[in-house]
Design a binder for this molecule. Structure first.
Ligand SMILES: Nc1ncnc2c1ncn2[C@@H]1O[C@H](COP(=O)(O)OP(=O)(O)O)[C@@H](O)[C@H]1O
Ligand SMILES: [Mg+2]
Length: 479
């Protein structure tokens, strides 16, 4: 049962569809050509025979015309009969000669003399026509009747009637056609073989792809198929390889992300655990200690909340589930507002903030989201700059964008770390940067916010000299 099913499945495959289609087409062509050749051979041979018999008939009629009036003379009759019989053997046909009344004077087969021959062809010939027709006789098969008048000085004296078998012609045609059919089926076999090989070339890669997809369905994303050439199937193969590479990357990122999140959440949780345990195991701890530890626990809880809020926000941003609320915004004022809100932070470290307005501009943007992005970048600039440093902010414009440049005189970012700083949870100095209160999500969120506005963010940095961020936003937003 299983094997029958399997065989059934095999014969339903693409390969068999291709092979059977090819074979059907070739077979159809062969049959058509066969019918065509058969028909034209038949027409050709039969026509040739007809023309030759008519010619011969006329020649006989010409030769006999002087003798017809005296044919009843025994001597003449014998001579003429001899001639007719010779011609009959030459033509391999039965030849008869009739008088004007349709009575047979001479029959090369000697059986019809003196009788009336009732044939349409003979009657027509006696009316002066050259006639040739095909007939089918039970006894002899296909025959051709040809009849021509015997004319002397414009008077019809009688007619020549020739009956010739066509079977020889048809058997010649049959033999030719048999040879042709044999050749055709040999060609068909070759077609079958070639189309089978060809179909295999087509179906093999598809089978391989299907197997790879099935393995992917089981969770193994790092599938690759071998690709040769540049046809539709190999392009599909290349697209498949590209897709699996991307999927594999996404899968790795997902694992990494889950790992990072767990790690980030565990750090404050372990602090809380340590703090609470040490209180539990201490008898008669002073109230101040309780207060102090509870304050630490509280700030760790705040931190947990901050991480979770940022994460949820980032997930929404990446899903593009957040709609932008475009409003005509005076950018210069927006930047000033952000600077003012961060000034207390900068003052604590005696950091000067300069704002250079090269242009004054109003554009359509979601002001709260851009404000949030600016807070992230400028607070980083303050956070990662030591005391008495400086932060320069500049608003400028090029052909399509307005550009906000934020330059600090801080610790800088090593060149090899630059490609990663927009990654989630990425921090250059893990321990110190966490202590500074960050979540490592600020730049990721900022990048997403800018991308939602069809803008770009770039960074340049030199360690111990400072970092410059460039935010480019389109002047004409596609709202
Ligand atoms: N202006 C800057 N100067 C130096 N390092 C920076 C600056 N901005 C960002 N970084 C580095 O990039 C990392 C990622 O920044 P961000 O996503 O805002 O996280 P964080 O919460 O740590 O601020 C920071 O931890 C820091 O190491
Ligand atoms: Mg930050």
């Amino acid at each position: 049962m299983v094997t029958i099913l399997e065989i059934n499945k095999k014969f339903k495959g693409l390969r068999w569809k291709l092979v059977s289609t090819y074979l059907l087409l070739v077979l159809l062509t062969i049959l058509l050509i066969n019918a065509f050749i058969n028909e034209s051979l038949r027409m050709n041979y039969v026509n040739e025979k007809k023309v030759s018999l008519l010619t011969q008939g006329n020649i006989i009629a010409d030769r006999l015309s002087p003798f017809i009036p005296e044919i009843n003379n025994d001597y003449i009759n014998e001579n003429v009969t001899d001639i007719v019989k010779k011609l009959s053997i030459e033509l391999r046909s039965r030849v008869m000669v009739s008088d004007i009344n349709g009575r047979i004077l001479i029959d090369s087969y000697d059986t019809f003399q003196g009788q009336r021959l009732n044939k349409e062809e003979l009657s027509l010939a006696l009316l002066g026509k050259n006639v040739a027709n095909q007939h089918y006789l039970e006894m002899y098969g296909r025959v051709m009747y040809v009849s021509v008048p015997i004319v002397s000085r414009g008077r019809i004296l009688g007619a020549v009637f020739i009956s010739s078998s066509l079977e020889e012609i048809f058997s010649t045609i049959k033999i030719t056609m048999q040879k042709f059919m044999l050749l055709s089926f040999f060609g068909l076999a070759i077609t079958a073989f070639i189309s089978f090989v060809f179909a295999d070339i087509i179906s093999k890669p598809i089978e391989k792809l299907t197997e790879a997809v099935m393995r992917m369905a089981k969770g193994k994303f790092n599938q690759k198929v071998e690709v040769y050439g540049d046809d539709e199937i190999s392009r599909l193969g290349r697209a498949f390889n590209l897709m699996t590479t991307k999927l594999d990357q996404v899968d790795k990122q997902r694992r990494e992300f889950v790992g990072n999140v767990s790690h980030e959440l565990r750090t404050p949780l372990s602090s809380i655990k340590i703090l609470s345990e040490s209180l539990i195991h201490q008898d008669h701890a002073p109230e101040e200690l309780y207060k102090e530890f509870l304050k630490d626990i509280d700030s760790e809880v705040d931190r947990l909340n901050k991480i979770i809020d940022s994460l949820l926000y980032l997930v929404d941003l990446e899903k593009e589930a957040i709609d932008l609320d475009y409003q005509l915004t005076y950018v210069n004022y927006l930047i000033e507002k952000v600077i003012n809100s961060l000034r207390p932070l900068a003052d604590k470290k005696n950091i000067r903030i300069n704002f250079v307005e090269k242009i004054k501009t109003q554009v359509m943007l979601d002001k709260f989201k851009i404000q949030q992005a600016l807070i992230n970048i400028i607070s980083n600039a303050i956070k990662y700059t030591s005391e008495n440093g400086q932060v320069d902010i500049e608003l400028d414009v090029d052909k399509d964008n307005f550009i906000i440049k934020i330059k600090d005189t801080g610790i800088g970012i090593p060149e090899e770390e630059l490609p990663f700083i927009f990654d989630r949870f990425y921090r250059v100095d893990k321990a110190r940067d966490r202590k500074s209160g960050g979540t490592g999500l600020g730049l990721s969120i900022t990048q997403q916010l800018i991308a939602l506005h069809q803008g770009e963010i770039h960074v340049e940095s030199v360690v111990n000299e400072g970092t410059t961020f460039y935010i480019l936003l389109p002047l004409k937003a596609t709202v």
